[in-house]
Design a protein around this ligand. Structure first.
Ligand SMILES: *Cc1c(COP(=O)(O)O)cnc(C)c1O
Length: 339
């Protein structure tokens, strides 16, 4: 053990701990001080739950540093590279942000950013530059959203997003759902969250009981975000199953990421692991061109070839739809891999 690891060696971590400092992270992983130069800080700072760090694997420093989970969360100098076409708001979301906290881009569904906070800072996050400060939903904003939903009956589904909607307390989260049920006629409530993957212990009994009660009144869908089978250990799978058993339709979205899951083996294993946990693969997204993420981009021809091989390899229901989000389109756009 190195000298600097003494500080964190004395610290007690639990299943709800969140790590914000690179030295703390490297101490836990056992990466010696003289081999930490790969870290390079960023305004969108390092943030990762201890429970997610525990899924990082490797017997030596080289394998640790190339681990598919570590690469998703460790800020590196690559992020400071300016690359043409990579911008702050690649999806032009600000244009659709007509009401505070509300994004209405697709016909029948809206997305509400109920919080800017997230438990994990994924380095390729397309909302890392989003103006959450201007979008924090206070009581008047919440009331305005309810009015908007009543005035637009074509909206049948509300997606609670963020940030991560499960990073807020059960009380705040279920307050949103109760209001949606009482005040609107929507049919489906959807949660977009990575919390069950990065901090499964957050899914407590209260959450399971309350979501079960909601699922008796409305359709409830949860779309989690996992990119690699290593994220799905036994406890995480058990947690996902429990949410499904509470009446929630469980789906997953992934991002195709260079050096993380850009091979048939990884994607096939992920689909199988998800299915074991009662979760169906929904989307495989092409990387959004957000500033600082160019090093995660997979070459188009290679991505198409990879997806064709995945189609050959897996049962149809294990193949996620390969899509990209184009700024002004009213739906995710399927990628034609046969052109
Ligand atoms: C992705 C997204 C949705 C949901 O799209 P689905 O194809 O229904 O999963 C809704 N609103 C916005 C702004 C989105 O980016």
């Amino acid at each position: 053990m190195t000298t600097s690891s003494l500080s964190s060696a004395n610290k007690i971590y639990n299943s709800h701990s969140v790590i914000h400092h690179s030295d703390e992270l490297f101490d836990i992983l056992g990466v010696p001080v003289d081999q930490r130069a790969i870290f390079c800080d960023n305004r969108f700072a390092l943030k990762v739950p201890y429970a997610f760090v525990q899924k990082i694997q490797g017997n030596d420093v080289a394998s640790l540093l190339s681990d598919p989970i570590l690469r998703q969360i460790l800020p590196t100098k690559d992020e400071h590279q300016a690359v043409a076409g990579y911008v702050d708001d690649p999806l032009c979301e600000m244009e659709f942000n007509t009401h505070k906290s509300l994004l209405h881009k697709y016909h029948s569904r809206v997305l509400i950013t109920i919080t800017g906070a997230c438990l994990v800072h994924c380095r390729y996050c397309f909302r890392q530059h989003f103006d959450y400060q201007a979008n924090l939903p206070d009581a008047p904003a919440m009331a305005q959203i309810m009015t908007y939903l009543k005035q637009n009956p074509q909206i049948d589904e509300v997606i609670l997003s963020g940030g991560d909607p499960l990073s807020v307390s059960n009380r705040r989260l279920f307050d949103w759902m109760a209001k949606l049920i009482e005040e609107t006629a929507i049919g489906t409530i959807r949660l977009h969250t990575r919390v069950p993957i990065v901090m499964p212990a957050r899914i407590d009994e209260v959450f399971l009981q309350k979501i079960h009660a909601i699922s008796q009144q409305k359709r409830v869908v949860m779309v989690v975000h996992s990119n690699h089978a290593n994220e799905l250990d036994a406890y995480t799978k058990q947690t996902l199953k429990a949410i499904g058993q509470a009446g929630v339709t469980m789906l997953n979205q992934s991002v195709l990421l260079k050096g993380i899951n850009d091979d048939v083996e990884s994607l096939a294993k992920l689909s199988h692991a998800l299915f074991d946990a009662g979760v169906l693969p929904y989307y495989l997204h092409k990387l959004d061109k957000v500033k600082g993420s160019a090093h995660f981009a997979v070459d188009d021809a290679q991505a198409n070839e990879l997806y064709r091989r995945l189609l050959e390899r897996l049962s149809g229901y294990l193949v996620p739809k390969f899509v990209q989000e184009l700024a002004h389109w009213a739906h995710k756009t399927p990628i034609n891999v046969y052109k």
